[in-house]
Ligand binder design. Structure first.
Ligand SMILES: Nc1ncnc2c1ncn2[C@@H]1O[C@H](COP(=O)(O)OP(=O)(O)O)[C@@H](O)[C@H]1O
Ligand SMILES: [Mg+2]
Length: 291
């Protein structure tokens, strides 16, 4: 049964607002697991629920930028000039011109730092410049939640995001490679906590694109939820970090992205129900003192 009301609970929204500003990095070294899709959906839903949200595109592919600008154009009648898009460029954050970087507003509550192929140059940048993202986000005090969409490749983009973030959110598929990738995410967080950012925590792993008809996928869901695992096994150790909600393989997620819409407004049904349930869990975790 599809839900009819997708309003996010206002008490959770208020708790997150009271606790913020907070920075979430969407990380997983595997491509195509839903990082950009989920980052976009989280941003538009939280913004429409009243939080001030900044989306930061750190991926040279610029997919989050494309979808978010489309959301501004189609849902909020915004017109973006090349100057506004350029001034918001995430790559400029890592230069000595970073004082003039300004997020581009895409709706009353959502702003964006844009990504494009320039971000490839981050690969070759001096390591100490990577801290500029942390300093830049610390200056963006008007936002409650800031979300950084990372490319899958390990390296400077991920380093900059992990130095700036409070939380890592990791979308994963239920398969062998994703299972390995989550182990790497946890290793990365442990290393960053020790070396650069003691405040960094894993917010959670969201199983995405789960095909319930596949036996192998079901087995991986069980494995990654630590069901029946021994206490010394990796997935037993992080079992409270796996979100209860699983997002199914649903074409509506893709369609909503294509038209730049929050899924709960795009179409009532399973995809919207699942996203709503995930967002409630996400807000609950974000509103707690520690994740
Ligand atoms: N739950 C889902 N069901 C169906 N398609 C999905 C789902 N999640 C993501 N996709 C699609 O998979 C592709 C890759 O997703 P994307 O968010 O770009 O991954 P990433 O940013 O991790 O590389 C996109 O075409 C997206 O629309
Ligand atoms: Mg992506």
């Amino acid at each position: 049964m599809a839900r009819y009301n997708y309003d996010l609970p206002s008490d959770l929204i208020e708790k997150v607002r009271a606790k913020g500003p907070m920075v979430v990095a969407t990380l997983n070294e595997k491509g195509g697991v839903g990082k950009t899709t989920l980052t976009f959906q989280i941003c538009v839903h939280l913004a429409e629920a009243g939080l001030k949200v900044l989306a930061v595109d750190l991926d040279p592919q610029g997919n989050l930028t494309k979808t978010t600008l489309r959301y501004g154009e189609l849902q909020h009648d915004r017109v973006f000039s090349d100057v506004d898009i350029d001034r918001a460029n995430s790559m400029t954050i890592f230069s000595n011109a970073n004082e003039r970087v300004k997020p581009v507003p895409v709706s009353d509550n959502l702003s964006l730092n844009t990504g494009n192929t320039n971000l490839v140059a981050l690969m070759g940048i001096q390591h100490d410049l990577l801290l500029e993202l942390d300093e830049y986000l610390a200056r963006q005090t008007e936002f409650d939640v800031m979300i950084i969409d990372c490319p899958p490749t390990p390296g400077n983009h991920v380093t900059a995001a992990a130095m700036a973030a409070d939380y890592v959110l990791s979308p994963a598929n239920a398969d062998e490679y994703s299972s390995d990738a989550i182990k790497n995410v946890v290793k990365t967080i442990t290393r960053f906590k020790r070396k650069y950012n003691p405040g960094l925590n894993l917010l959670g792993v969201i199983l995405n694109d789960v095909d319930n008809s596949s036996k192998i996928k079901k087995d991986y869901v069980e494995l990654m939820r630590g069901e029946g695992a021994d206490p010394d096994e990796f997935y037993f150790g992080i079992r409270d970090k796996i979100f209860e909600t699983r997002l199914g393989k649903r074409v509506a997620f893709q369609e909503a992205q294509t038209v730049g819409m929050p899924i709960t407004r795009y179409q009532r049904g399973n995809a919207a129900d699942e996203m709503y349930s995930f967002l409630q869990e996400l807000l609950t975790r974000l509103s707690k003192e520690e994740a």
